[in-house]
Design a protein around this ligand. Sequence first.
Ligand code: SF4
Ligand code: SF4
Length: 85
Amino acid sequence: MAYTIATDNCTGCSACEPECPNAAISETPDGLFQIDPDLCTECLGFFDEAQCAAVCPIEETCIKDPEWVETGQELLDKKRRIHGE
Ligand code: SF4
Ligand code: SF4
């Protein structure tokens, strides 16, 4: 399941962006941040917890996207595709 950013809560502080091992987080034209679900692996294979959610100072802002249901294997396959491993 990919993470998403609740833009109603995001302050645009940018703390999450450099923490993503997949460069899935980018700034939007209005100065907030977004996650590309094709690149988000829930940090699987790199960290035990989602780094964006861990560093975000606002609760319930980096959250799992129920629209993107994926198994652990699918997330690991995505990681391999991104990193060429
Ligand atoms: S959960 Fe991990 S891989 Fe997904 S956007 Fe957040 S930091 Fe990036
Ligand atoms: S760390 Fe949280 S508040 Fe800051 S830009 Fe990322 S999602 Fe928005």
